[in-house]
Design a protein around this ligand. Structure first.
Ligand code: FAD
Length: 312
């Protein structure tokens, strides 16, 4: 249960304004600052530089302009304009055209219709120039509305989009059946948010068992699925299942987060698999960063060592 306790703790800490200010002061100011292990930088230029380095290691990329839970439509508009600028910059740079986006960043807490307008603006700019846009999945209180918006966009003919399902949620296997029938691409994750036992498995073994079942369904019945995990056990299950069921290595991809298990990323590429690295960047990096700490308390020591090193 340490995992659950630490997720709760870091979720609470993520809401602290004081810590956010402190982290902003130290976390990103030098190339060696602690947050840079997981976040490519605060600007699009830094993100593109990081993406080029990842591509040079024969990996694929997706860029995430950090931000979530905006509380008014001005912020949602600003985030939308931010994404449009990112799309233009990616096109100019020549890196792969692939972004990930969160609907609460586009106003989901404020107004659903405006959120749909905002995501459509992004898709209208991105689609004609060949982007793939992944809609990230957030806390379970947004699952219904996120899937509803995704499925509506799909039915309106937006096909260069994909969704994320979290094996932690009881409902996800049913959602997976529906999304597979739709023909859309799924990124499978365990789930990064603190969830209650009314909606989600609480034991790691149950989350993993669901992940294993869902990855097999995806490899057999899915549409170019993304197996997004750093868990070597899940990765081995995926590789064995694909081999035994003759699923070629170009019919799916592994995905991992920037700065996490770079050894495993390289090993999979060397073994002939596709690996996509999720590259987050932007000024609003604190909640994302805290989720990464919550997943692995050992990361906290890394942060503390970096801060002490910086202040010397
Ligand atoms: C590409 C990608 C996109 C994602 N998108 C979403 C999303 O849209 N919605 C969502 O809820 N979640 C998302 N996640 C996060 C995901 O839900 C998990 O919280 C996260 O991936 C950790 O789970 P795990 O599968 O790696 O397995 P775990 O069982 O948590 O970890 C397995 C092993 O991986 C390594 N590891 C895991 N996390 C870290 C870390 N932070 N630092 C260092 N090592 C670590 C450790 O060695 C650990 O033992 C995404 C993850 C990835 C890789």
């Amino acid at each position: 249960m340490l995992g659950r306790a630490s997720k709760t703790f870091f979720h609470l800490v993520a809401q602290s304004g004081t810590l956010r200010k402190l982290a902003s002061r130290y976390g990103m100011r030098k190339p060696s600052s602690f947050a840079r292990r997981f976040i490519a930088g605060e600007t699009i230029a830094e993100a593109i530089e990081a993406a080029r380095a990842v591509e040079a290691r024969d990996m694929l990329i997706t860029l995430d302009l950090l931000g979530e839970s905006v509380t008014n439509l001005n912020e949602a508009d600003a985030a939308t304009r931010g994404y449009l600028a990112v799309i233009d910059a990616i096109v100019r740079s020549g890196i792969e055209r692939n972004v990930s986006v969160k609907l609460t960043q586009l106003g989901l807490d404020v107004d659903k219709a405006s959120t749909i307008d905002n995501i459509r603006k992004i898709l209208e700019r991105a689609g004609p120039v060949g982007f793939f846009v992944r809609i990230d999945m957030e806390h379970s209180s947004y699952t219904d509305v996120t899937l509803e918006i995704f499925e509506t966009l799909w039915r309106h003919g937006y096909r260069q989009i994909g969704i994320v399902l979290q094996s932690a949620l009881y409902r996800s296997e049913e959602d997976l059946r529906r999304i597979n029938e739709l023909g859309a691409r799924v990124r499978l994750v365990k789930g990064a948010y603190q969830e209650s036992k009314t909606v989600a498995h609480q034991k790691k073994a149950d989350v993993d068992a669901a992940y294993s079942r869902m990855l097999k369904t995806l490899l057999t019945d899915g549409h170019y699925p993304a197996i997004a995990t750093h868990d070597p056990v899940m990765i081995d299950i995926a590789r064995s299942w694909a081999r035994e069921h003759h699923v070629a290595a170009d019919r799916f991809e592994f995905q991992m987060l920037y700065g996490v298990r770079r050894d495993l990323q390289a090993m999979l590429v060397a073994a002939g698999y596709r690996v996509r690295v999720y590259i987050p960047f932007g000024e609003q990096w604190f909640p994302y960063f805290m989720r990464r700490l919550g997943e692995r308390p050992a990361n906290v020591m890394f942060v503390i060592r970096s801060i002490l090193g910086e202040r010397r």
